[in-house]
Design a protein around this ligand. Structure first.
Ligand SMILES: [Zn+2]
Length: 199
């Protein structure tokens, strides 16, 4: 006994979501059709609208409805600084700090050879071109402090340095308001290694 064809197709489509197998896809489809038909209709409309209008900014590669995003268009940004992040959420977090006034490049991922994510998938050509535009003087690598994020930062840094572009890596160490007693030993060890003289 099978589900009606249209329902089977919906279940199949839901499996494109990461981590969703056949059973959870079926549960989601049943839920949408049985419990939340209004939400399901809205989901369909939003998905279709987003697919139609959202693309990547030609300069920084983040999601944008315009060919060049608002941030890249802004006149008050420091065009000499280019900060490289993994995802648009990282960009938003950094923007919320109001501590950075330069521009960004969003990789939309990190190098992960085992998952088939290589230099092409993180749009390295686009980044190199951007970094060599004659205006950028420093590329700040703000990828995550994970094994893959770190490897990505080192890889990009080596390529940019070979082209004579200055690179830096965001610092790691004690969190603001952090008490040594409660900081994990990896973070504390790094804070000791990256200590600075007091001005
Ligand atoms: Zn942009």
């Amino acid at each position: 006994m099978k589900n009606p064809p249209a329902l089977e197709q919906l279940i199949d489509s839901l499996r494109c979501l990461p981590g969703v197998g056949p059973k959870s896809a079926q549960r989601m489809a049943y839920y949408l059709l049985q419990r939340d038909r209004k939400g399901a209709a809205q989901l369909g409309l939003s998905l279709s609208a987003a697919l139609n209008v959202v693309d990547h900014c030609k300069l920084c590669n983040t999601f944008s409805e315009q060919p060049i995003c608002q941030l890249c268009e802004a006149q008050n940004r420091d065009k000499h600084l280019l900060c490289v992040v993994e995802m648009p959420t990282d960009l938003m977090m950094l923007e919320n700090t109001q501590a950075y006034t330069g521009l960004y490049f969003v990789l939309m991922g990190r190098l992960s050879p085992l998952d088939g994510v290589g230099p092409k998938e993180i749009h390295l050509d686009k980044l190199i071109k951007r970094a060599q535009n004659g205006i950028v003087t420093e590329v700040i690598l703000a990828t995550n402090y994970t094994v893959e994020g770190d490897a990505t930062a080192h890889y990009i840094s080596a390529i940019l340095k070979a082209r004579g572009i200055k690179t830096s890596r965001i610092a790691r160490g004690m969190p603001m308001g952090g008490e040594i007693e409660y900081v994990d030993s990896g973070t504390l060890a790094q804070a000791m290694l990256e200590r600075r003289s007091i001005k």
